[in-house]
Write a protein that binds this ligand. Structure first.
Ligand code: LFR
Length: 479
């Protein structure tokens, strides 16, 4: 029989891709078969995701994947989907989508945060769900819905899986970003749903990474050229869960920075930390693959840079990113900084102006870029110091994965500010984690529990670049 390959559909807030991956003795091999841009758009008076356009890209990508696999004599043994977290579509009993999913950057939760907190105080929410306060968490978005009668909420990857298979599930890692999952048990906090007036069956049943969600609908099989028996498999459908699963760590003392539109900065733990000190430091306890806990803070990310580049491109021709970054690297250290964690930078538009107002004197584009890089590295160092202090976890190396791992200036500044070595890569950690979870479920990697076989495979695949700090000094609990 033809050898198996797995398809990863990996969609971030600014771009998506469909990647084929095979897993052999020598480690995993990935091939990108389709790439497409993504971004929230003003549609129907609000910032939303064009989910129909995204689904069309998914189908187009699967069609390309099908022919690439067939051309190499391989069989697609599974399809896994991961995207950004927290956002959802409302689907009625007939499967009709009520409105285009809102983006977490839409302003509608500005008033609903207080509405939720008046019913369940933030301390109680933290104690139960362990999530850092972010104004866009699903629970605040749901409070902005006019009615939830007769509908179910499907998180974005679950919505795409539903359109592929007709099956409704809620994948567990992404469920943990809704603010409605119990951090201790990993099950729905039913009393919380109840207290907030949300229907008990608002979300479909939970499913763990590795489980089969369903097979392709006949019309999807037809459109993609894949057999109907092709399984859609649950993976860490929260992109950050997949990315951190594929961190090529070789020992326990690692921290990670999942670096893309956002930077997710923290450590991996066995159990959540739900203390008042942890809440005060705004640390999150998100669920990872195999019930691991990602203890992290969502700091600002490359969104700051993406938005500047977008705006500058509207003004006229811009130097390409490598040129801008090299120019920024020649500027002296110690320049102006912004608070990269501030919600002031959440919304789109006018980013260079907002950064200049916050930082003060930034005469050139490269000085704005340098300010962003310094500010991100500073936020990373602050966050990792807090993570070590609050968790007691010793950190002796930082793994940077995702698109930002290719940003040499940012990686070096991160090493310098933390005093720790940075191992950068893989770039496609998210797709790799997606594929490795499928491969393990198919029996190609040693079974869990524990991410051991996945991390070993990730390490075999990884082509990492090492950045040494200008001065040494491990971050410890005393840090
Ligand atoms: C990263 C990410 C983060 C989440 C943010 C919004 O892509 O999934 O983990 O906080 O996007 O969903």
């Amino acid at each position: 029989p033809p050898a198996p390959v797995f398809a990863a559909i990996d969609i971030g807030a600014s771009s998506g891709r469909v990647i084929l991956g095979s897993v052999s003795e020598d480690g995993p091999r990935l091939t990108t078969v389709h790439r497409f841009p993504n971004g929230a758009q003003f549609l129907g008076g609000a910032l939303r995701w064009d989910i129909d356009a995204l689904f069309a890209e998914v189908v187009a990508g699967l069609r390309l994947a099908a022919s690439a696999a067939a051309g190499s004599g391989l069989r697609i043994a599974g399809i896994g989907i991961d995207t950004w977290a927290v956002d959802y579509g409302l689907v009625d009993a007939d499967g009709i989508l009520w409105h285009l999913p809102f983006s977490y950057r839409d302003a509608r939760t500005r008033t609903t945060v207080d509405v939720v907190h008046r019913t369940v105080p933030p301390e109680a929410l933290y104690d139960r769900t362990g999530l850092q306060f972010l104004p866009f968490t699903t629970v605040y978005q749901l409070a902005a819905e006019r009615s939830l009668d007769g509908v179910q909420a499907l998180l974005i990857p679950d919505l795409l899986a539903y359109r592929l298979t007709g099956e409704r599930r809620t994948e567990a890692t992404n469920a943990s970003t809704t603010g409605l999952l119990d951090a201790r048990t990993g099950t729905w906090a039913e009393d919380l749903l109840d207290a907030l007036g949300l229907p008990g069956d608002l979300f479909p049943p939970l499913v763990e990474p590795g489980a089969v969600i369903g097979q392709l609908l006949p019309e999807v099989a037809l459109a993609t050229g894949l057999p109907e028996e092709t399984a859609v498999v649950a993976v860490g459908s929260h992109d950050t869960a997949s990315a951190v699963a594929a961190v090529p760590a070789t020992g326990p003392g690692f921290a990670y920075i999942s670096s893309g539109t956002w930077s997710l900065v923290g450590v991996e733990l066995d159990a959540p930390i739900l203390t008042a000190a942890s809440r005060a430091a705004n640390f999150t306890n998100e669920r990872g693959v195999d019930g691991t806990i990602r203890y992290l803070r969502n700091t600002g990310g490359l969104w700051l840079l993406q938005e500047c580049l977008r705006e500058w491109a509207v003004e006229g021709p811009v130097p390409d990113l490598p040129t801008l970054l090299s120019a920024a690297a020649t500027l002296p250290a110690g320049g102006p900084m912004i608070d990269a964690e501030s919600t002031d930078f959440l919304a789109p538009d006018g980013m260079p102006g907002r950064i200049r107002r916050a930082a003060g004197d930034l005469p050139t584009r490269e000085s704005v870029v340098r300010c962003i890089m310094d500010s991100l590295a500073d936020a990373y160092a602050r966050t990792l110091r807090d993570a070590a202090r609050l968790s007691g976890h010793t950190i002796d190396v930082i793994h940077v994965v995702g698109g930002g791992s290719q940003n040499a200036l940012l990686c070096q500044l991160t090493a310098d500010r933390t005093g720790l070595p940075v191992l950068a890569g893989p770039v496609e950690a998210t797709a790799l984690g997606n594929i490795l979870v499928q491969a393990r479920a198919a029996g190609l990697l040693e079974a869990g529990p524990g991410l051991g076989s996945i991390r070993r495979a990730a390490h075999a695949a990884a082509d990492t670049v090492r950045y040494e700090p200008a001065r040494n000094g491990a971050l410890t609990t005393a840090g």
